[in-house]
Design a protein around this ligand. Structure first.
Ligand SMILES: [Zn+2]
Length: 86
């Protein structure tokens, strides 16, 4: 198959990097979804990872991937080593 010749491909490096970044972001989303699924199965969904308190339903509606209560939200996550690279 001539198709295996990547040297002659129309894809340039920046396109490949763009695809790779998209895939990385999808993988991150998938990991997050898996974590949520696990919580639902364990019956711990909607509870703070740190203090186990229930997270308000309206907060979860806005941020279904939220895993901490308002006491332990992003502004405090640096202290907990959960800082996201954005
Ligand atoms: Zn908490």
């Amino acid at each position: 198959m001539e198709d295996m010749d990547f040297e002659g491909s129309q894809l340039d490096q920046s396109t490949i990097i763009e695809y790779r970044d998209q895939i990385h972001s999808l993988q991150a989303q998938l990991a997050q979804m898996n974590a949520i699924m696990e919580k639902i199965e364990n019956g711990t969904y909607g509870r703070c990872d740190i203090c186990q308190k229930e997270i308000a339903a309206d907060v979860l509606k806005d941020q279904p991937d939220r895993t901490v209560c308002h006491n332990h939200d992003a502004s405090n996550s640096k202290l907990l080593g959960l800082e996201q690279t954005r």
